[in-house]
Write a protein that binds this ligand. Structure first.
Ligand code: PAF
Length: 304
């Protein structure tokens, strides 16, 4: 694996493979790798001839100076993990390379950025994400770029900007990777003390509770949200939001009648964590099962 620092070096390294028709995959990251990042790299390795991982702690998307300063950084460790996962190129530019003096452009997605994370972290957060991701897609021009479902709203924002700006790339969203006890993997988890690590599990439990209740036939989201909030409160975490939303528009849902997303953000001590889970209602399961039956019938008919 080679580590490259400049846009020019990366473009030069990609020119030959691209001309030879090699499929290029990009995994944008901010480093501090864990199994979630590695799952994206491995997926890219399976699907692409050349895998680029970008490692850039993007100052533009941090709304709290302290969060940016304390964001975990260990490039040497990250580089050896990426090499182990089969990554070909690690693109690790410094801030001046990405934002040279005079940089004056912002990519801003409206609507879906204004709720949840956007409402709590401020407009600059998703502007920072959208701008840097647009730049990374322009710089590496991959066929596929990989992101995690853990940042569900970010994934939607990126999907929207790629569609709206006609960027020629496929966006693949990979499942959230969890610790053995269910806590969603996050680079921020290393900041949790032992007690906080236990408290953080309340986020997982709140989502599981909502998923169980929806699966058992509950439809009134207000009730599900109240129960989830009480689970979080009981654990002593500072909840920023627990909501049940349409998984495409992120609009709040009052009555479940199709697939929905439960989303949570909370502070555990000084660490802010987010997580989400798809809710499948009893009716969805029945519909999926009957559709599976119908398509099995169709394919059986087709093969006769
Ligand atoms: O999810 C992240 O790590 C970051 O938001 C991303 C997509 C690399 C942009 O800086």
């Amino acid at each position: 694996m080679r580590t490259l620092r400049t846009i020019a070096e990366l473009r030069t390294a990609l020119r030959g493979p691209r001309a030879a028709g090699v499929r290029i995959g990009l995994v944008p990251t901010m480093g501090a790798f864990h199994d979630g990042h590695l799952s994206l790299m491995r997926r890219a390795r399976e699907e692409c001839g050349l895998v680029v991982v970008s490692l850039f702690v993007n100052p533009a998307q941090f709304n709290e100076g302290g969060d940016l300063e304390s964001y975990p950084r260990d490039e040497q460790r990250d580089a050896s993990m990426a090499a182990e996962a089969g990554v070909d190129l690690l693109f690790a530019p410094d801030a001046e390379e990405v934002y040279p003096p005079g940089f004056a452009t912002t990519v801003s997605v409206s609507g879906i950025t204004e709720v949840l994370e956007g409402a709590h972290r401020g407009r600059a957060h998703f502007d920072g994400v959208a701008t840097v991701v647009t730049k990374l897609l322009n710089i590496a021009a991959p066929e596929i770029a990989y992101f995690g479902q853990k940042d569900a709203q970010q994934a939607l924002v990126i999907g929207r900007l790629v569609r709206d700006l006609n960027i020629d790339v496929e966006i693949e969203i990979c499942p959230t990777v969890r610790e053995h006890d269910g806590l969603a993997m996050s680079s921020r988890n290393v900041r949790l003390g032992a007690g906080e690590r236990q408290q953080a599990l309340a986020l997982t439990r709140s989502l599981q509770l909502a998923a169980r209740r929806a699966g058992a036939g509950a439809t009134e989201t207000e009730q599900l949200i109240t129960e989830a909030l009480s689970e979080l409160e009981h654990a002593g975490v500072q909840t920023e939001y627990f909501q049940i939303v349409n998984s495409q528009t992120l609009e709040p849902i009052t009555r479940l009648n199709g697939p929905a997303l439960a989303v949570v953000a909370a502070r555990v001590g000084n660490t802010r964590l987010i997580d989400n889970q798809q809710l499948t209602t009893h009716t969805d399961r029945l519909t999926t099962a009957s559709n599976a039956g119908a398509s099995a019938d169709v394919s059986a008919a087709g093969s006769q």
